[in-house]
Design a protein around this ligand. Structure first.
Ligand code: AHR
Length: 661
């Protein structure tokens, strides 16, 4: 293998390897967003999702959802709890997101808006407990279990007021619950009930789950794409993601049904809502914390999915291909979507004196977020998309000429519609085309040359969603196995060899809760206490932590094509570290010795570092119990001259770092 160290190519974009985040598989609520109370404001369609009376408690207390004099117009429902008999079992519990994960000795802030009603109410008893047995699906929760922490809220008045108290569980539990009871007898009104860990990422209030952010930070991501995925579009336009509804006071953010709260490939999570506790401000802040460029994807006026669903008319009179949609109370035209995009840019970058910039400042971030990229539409294509994309992009460019716009060419590259969309986007001088590939592992190995003959001028490529599917796209049996991961590594050598054209890439989806997923495979899996990276995660991590700064040409021996004989290679120079970085994939059950010729290399060090990800078993996976079954291992190797002999392990992905230039 010859690496032409003396013929450096184009720079590798700083955004090259990034993250795709979507609230799918409990990725936000129940995942990255660590609020433990499900449906804290009683604003879901079924107002009591997540809440239950304790078995037998109905003889001691009653509860209703009321809207008489609520805390605000936006948050118009609350829980009215009346204890008729004083009893520690006159309780009402919140089950959390498949239980609540709490840790011994850690601090959790309980907060609530409360108001006293008639009776002799002494206060509100708050208990974190481990139920005696697992949560059943019946109307009542099982009787009380082991108490892990208690507190009492006192000093209640006849007016709504926010109260808070810190609880410290005496033991760790993966499936705890929160119990609320009236102290004494009488009526209490409760709203915005929250139990939030204090130990969030960077100890932020309303911050993110620290162990999950750590896994992201460890990847050194170049960008963070949010909020999806199909979440952007919604099943109907009513159900689309509206960023303006996700900023400001958390208590005033109204939940909507999650687009993935639907029967999907035999899995149904009927309690899946988006609380928007993780909203656009938090996404920008997270991007900043990660050192990643924020990349919001915006709705182009089309519902999910694949051009079969609702379209917003291009003008109030209706655009050329705009079927009427049946939601009279919310009839946005394309202008609404365009305005949302312009306002978003102002929210992210505008001064304190601007309408939307002022809102960012009020939320505690006076400095601009320095937004440079926005995506128009997710996985859309065809004439309906293009006729919306064009005026949309024009309006953004007219006001913000330096904004980089990501456009969409639709899913499954290769189809005629995809090709037509790409050609039209090229004609429109699109900057970045978002391509998605969900396919079998062999597709990834066979398509390593996908961008080798791609035009070197015109739009760049954002490989915005991809993952090898071990069984079939959307199959619940797909596994994050080594076969998929090593095939993605092989494909990514092709992205890296074409880094002058491909400037952004992200695996999808990012997260999945082991008890509440709708889609597999996923990069990072977690339960209520722990998380692990899949073999695919380690592939992404190795690329993203060894991205280099400049492309280097690579040639396999005997003029072999990349991927021939199941050998794949790419190389970059890391100009900052003064190292040559070579990535090699040996998709073969045999070890393979390669001779690496670092042509024209100077100032070579005496030894190099190899980072190896390997398994003899292509079906091997990681799990909560065995999180590091497949994980990188490092070793040193001797560098005697610019010709280096190295033996690749069977079925391995290896990163070689050699000091020199
Ligand atoms: O990543 C899961 C889904 O796949 C995304 O929401 C969508 O964009 C794609 O079809």
């Amino acid at each position: 293998i010859t690496v032409q160290v003396n013929k450096p190519g184009a720079p590798v974009a700083k955004t090259m390897y990034g993250l795709f985040f979507e609230d799918i598989n409990f990725g936000a609520d129940g995942g990255l967003y660590p609020e433990l109370v499900k449906n804290k404001s009683f604003e879901t369609d079924d107002r009591l999702i997540g809440w239950k009376g304790i078995k037998g408690a109905s003889a001691l207390s009653t509860y209703t959802v009321s809207s008489q004099q609520p805390i605000s117009e936006k948050n118009s429902h609350f829980l009215r709890l009346t204890a008729t008999t004083a009893s520690p079992d006159a309780g009402f519990v919140n089950e959390g997101f498949r239980g609540m994960g709490v840790k011994e000795g850690a601090e959790y802030t309980f907060s609530v808006y409360a108001r006293r009603g008639p009776g002799n109410v002494g206060g509100l008893n708050v208990t974190i407990e481990e139920p005696a047995r697992a949560q059943a699906s019946g109307p009542e929760a099982p009787a009380s279990g082991k108490v892990l922490a208690t507190a009492k809220i006192t000093g209640l008045t006849n007016e709504w007021k926010k109260y808070s108290v810190v609880l410290k569980p005496s033991a760790t539990a993966a499936k705890a619950r929160l119990k609320l009871t009236v102290d004494g007898t009488g009526t209490l009104d409760l709203d915005v009930v929250s139990l939030f860990p204090k130990n969030t990422w960077m100890k932020r209030e309303n911050g993110m789950r620290a162990d999950l952010v750590q896994l992201l930070k460890d990847m050194n991501p170049g960008f963070l794409r949010f909020p999806g995925g199909c979440i952007v579009e919604g099943v109907t336009l009513d159900n689309r993601y509206q960023w303006k509804e996700t900023i400001g006071d958390v208590a005033s953010r109204s939940p909507i049904i999650n687009r993935w709260n639907t029967e999907f490939k035999h899995r149904f999570t009927p309690d899946y809502y988006q609380s928007f506790g993780l909203g656009f401000f938090e996404y920008f802040q997270l991007s900043e914390d990660l050192g990643a460029e924020p990349l919001p994807i915006l709705n182009v006026g089309m519902a999910c999915q694949f051009n079969s669903a609702e379209l917003a008319p291009i003008t109030a009179a209706g655009g050329p291909s705009a079927p009427a949609h049946d939601h009279a109370e919310d009839d946005p035209t394309l202008d609404t979507f365009i305005q949302d995009a312009l306002d978003l840019i102002e929210f992210a970058n505008g001064p304190a004196t601007s309408t939307w910039g002022a809102k960012r400042v009020a939320m505690g971030h006076p400095a601009p977020f320095n937004l440079k990229y926005i995506g128009i539409g997710n996985e859309q294509w065809g004439p309906q998309y293009l006729e919306r994309y064009e005026p949309f992009a024009k309006a953004v460019k007219a006001k913000y000429p330096n904004m980089n716009i990501v456009s969409s060419a639709g899913p499954s590259p290769g189809g005629e519609l995809f090709d037509k969309a790409s050609a039209k986007l090229r004609e429109l001088k699109a900057e970045l085309i978002d391509e998605h590939y969900y396919a079998k592992p062999e597709w990834f190995r066979e398509n390593v040359g996908r961008y080798d003959n791609y035009p070197r001028t015109g739009p760049k490529i954002f490989a915005g969603e991809y993952a090898a599917q071990s069984v079939a796209i959307g199959s619940p049996d797909n596994k994050n196995n080594w076969d998929c991961a090593i095939s993605e590594a092989a494909f990514m050598t092709g992205l890296e060899r074409n880094a002058d054209v491909v400037t952004m890439a992200s695996y999808a989806p990012l997260f999945a809760h082991v008890d509440a997923w709708q889609w597999t495979p996923d990069l990072i899996w977690f339960d209520n206490l722990k998380a692990y990276g899949t073999p695919n995660y380690y592939v992404q991590k190795l690329f993203a932590t060894n991205p280099g700064t400049t492309m280097l040409p690579v040639q396999l021996g005997n003029n072999a094509k990349n991927g021939q004989d199941n050998l794949f290679a790419s190389a970059v120079a890391d100009d900052k570290a003064g190292e040559v970085v070579v990535k090699l994939v040996n998709y073969s059950p045999q070890p393979r010795t390669v001779t690496l010729n670092l042509a024209g290399a100077k100032k070579l060090g005496k030894s190099g570092k190899a980072i190896v990800l390997a398994s003899n078993d292509l079906q091997a996976v990681n799990s909560i119990e065995q999180p590091m079954n497949i994980a990188p291992k490092e070793e040193k190797f001797a560098v005697k001259s610019s010709t280096i002999s190295y033996t690749l392990a069977p079925n391995s992905f290896t990163v070689l770092r050699v000091p020199g230039k």
